[in-house]
Design a protein around this ligand. Structure first.
Ligand SMILES: [Zn+2]
Length: 597
């Protein structure tokens, strides 16, 4: 395996792009970590042949795929600069993430700094004596306007570690050294250092490495086999694998995952793999991050690359990049034989319910949720679901509508797969750019052979979606009739801790909302009695619309009495069933869309 990697590296080195590289210029990082328990990476960034009076060194403000301003510069300390003879060069900060070095036409400028790394997330650097995680956006500076410059990274790992896992190409004959043709590639290749286990498989002659912490006694053969099935199923949709090697970086205990062009970085909880339901949910998550190698890394909205690492890169299309990736999770797992048709339909039902049964769907469209992700996605305030939506949930449903409509209009000759392939080959490979919002709609309409204004109107507005019309294309019915929920409706989410019952959220237009309860209120008593969460659930289950609950609460430490009159809650279940007498087109669409095992 290593031998194969080295051969690949040599080929890449031979065909080094010269764009952006000044004559005889060279950039290299050395990253060390002598005392990992202090959580500091020590970084040396040497630039040769970048000759100017001043050079601006910049730290990215965010990481692609993680749509939030991270301000990685906040972790930097001990910044120093020197010339090739070791003389100190003066510098000053000129923006929050820019260090301007007065380089005075020096041939060589070396900057060094430390990075504090102690936040567990897929987009933050982390270091202790069990693991080093380097998302390069959070550790490696770049020279302003030299993003296209090639760069090498040499890692000096902690003495007790044996493994370095990354999507970067290794440099031939240079231990622990890696190469990136430009900083976009460097910033897209996280590096895991530690004693993680490496499982390897080949698919179509391409090596895939699973770098995983703490797998315990899980059956390795099954694990590798399942990953291979996902790779086979996902890559068959597009028909081309755009990488020379792929690394799954899987870390123990944490949240989230982040996609990259030839790797992913995810956290997991090993205990969750011990039951089949948990394992299937996890495979779905892995499938999601993996399919992003197409949808968002290569098939991408035009504003998502090349990136401006200094500030927000806005797009209204995350419902496509994220939502349609969610939609493909089920299709890929179905094609790979992990999920049968009813499993997929159940997941589709849940996505629709998640979206339709929160008030946010009345106020925020999918395109607005995409645009505002920078200020809203990671900022989940108590009333978040009252005014915002998930573009994952609504986007996956919009993907489904597009797929079924294209299949119906083309008499089952075309599907959303054709759209994805066209976007990959025409925009990514030929035009070497992303697509505009209008171009995405045009490609969808080319395969449908008709206007798709209604679906794009659903994306841009909060209009009520005509689900039955679209499910009927596959010979399915969907139950959109609102039904009464048994019991009395209050409209609070609750938290119980150390015997204190607190309101953590209040639903828009619910009795709690209308009669004066607030998130953060501590419930002292209900109807004169101290009440646990379980007891309140029982009161509501056996209650009726019109019942009055007398709350004593404290709001910002002031005691109040509030009477709430319960009402009736209505929900839609969106049960999906086959029609009794499907026609031949409906049967063909259903059978091609979701396999029945
Ligand atoms: Zn995603």
């Amino acid at each position: 395996m290593k031998k194969q990697l080295i051969v690949i590296t040599v080929l890449i080195l031979v065909s080094l792009p010269v764009t952006g590289q000044e004559k005889d210029s060279n950039m290299s990082f050395t990253i060390s970590m002598k005392k990992p328990n202090t959580h500091y990476f020590d970084v040396v960034f040497r630039c040769e042949g970048i000759i100017d009076e001043t050079i601006d060194f910049k730290m990215p403000s965010w990481a692609p795929g993680y749509y939030r301003i991270q301000d990685y510069a906040r972790n930097v300390l001990n910044f120093q600069a020197e010339d090739g003879s070791g003389n100190c060069l003066p510098w000053e900060k000129v923006t929050k993430n820019t260090w301007r070095v007065k380089s005075g036409m020096s041939e060589t400028v070396t900057v060094s700094y430390s990075v504090f790394a102690f936040r567990i997330s897929v987009a933050d650097p982390y270091l202790d004596d069990s693991r080093g995680f380097i998302p390069p956006t959070g550790v490696c500076m770049h020279v302003a306007n030299k993003i296209e410059h090639p760069v090498t990274v040499t890692i000096i790992p902690y003495s007790k570690w044996t493994e370095i896992s990354t999507g970067l190409d290794p440099v031939a004959n240079a231990p622990n050294a890696f190469f990136a043709p430009d900083f976009d590639v460097l910033y897209d290749c996280p590096i895991l250092l530690g004693n993680q286990e490496i499982l390897t498989f080949d698919f179509q002659g391409i090596p895939h490495h699973i770098a995983i912490e703490d797998l315990g006694n899980f059956d390795r053969g099954k694990f590798i086999g399942d990953f291979r099935r996902i790779v086979e199923s996902a890559t068959s949709i597009i028909g081309e694998i755009p990488y020379k090697h792929y690394t799954f970086i899987i870390m123990n205990r944490g949240m989230g995952g982040l996609e990259h062009r030839n790797s992913m970085a995810v956290y997991y909880n090993p205990a969750s793999l011990n039951n089949s339901r948990g394992y299937m949910r996890w495979l779905s998550f892995i499938t999601h991050e993996y399919f992003h190698l197409y949808n968002v890394k290569t098939i991408r909205p035009i504003t998502l690359g090349p990136f401006d690492y200094d500030k927000e890169n806005y797009t209204r299309m995350l419902w496509v990049s994220e939502g349609i990736t969610v939609y493909y999770e089920d299709l890929i797992l179905n094609q790979a034989g992990f999920q049968d048709r009813s499993d997929c339909q159940e997941q589709i039902r849940r996505n629709i319910m998640n979206h339709e049964n929160i008030a946010g769907h009345l106020f925020q469209s999918a395109t607005e949720a995409s645009f505002d992700t920078w200020i809203q996605f990671f900022n989940r305030e108590p009333d978040g679901s009252n005014r915002t939506i998930s573009y994952y949930d609504k986007g996956s449903t919009l993907g489904l509508l597009l797929d079924l409509k294209i299949r119906h209009e083309s008499e089952n000759q075309k599907s959303l797969d054709d759209v994805m392939r066209r976007l990959y080959y025409e925009f990514h490979k030929e035009k070497k750019r992303g697509f505009t919002d209008e171009e995405f709609q045009e490609v969808c309409e080319q395969f449908a052979g008709c206007p798709l204004d209604e679906i794009f109107y659903y994306a841009e507005t909060v209009a009520t979606i005509d689900y039955p019309k679209y499910f009927a294309y596959a010979g399915l019915t969907i139950d959109t009739v609102a039904i009464d929920v048994q019991g009395g409706y209050l409209g609070c989410t609750l938290q119980e801790r150390d015997g204190e019952l607190t309101i953590s959220g209040v639903e828009w237009n619910s009795p709690a909302w209308n009669d004066g309860l607030s998130s953060g209120d501590e419930i002292i008593s209900i109807n004169g009695k101290q009440t646990t969460r379980e007891e309140l659930d029982e009161i509501l289950d056996s209650g009726n619309p019109g019942d009055t609950l007398h709350f004593i609460i404290t709001h910002r430490d002031i005691e109040r009495e509030i009477a709430v009159v319960l009402s009736k809650k209505k929900i839609c279940n969106f049960f999906i069933e086959p029609v009794t007498d499907p026609d031949s087109l409906q049967m063909a669409i259903l059978n091609d869309w979701l396999r029945e095992y």
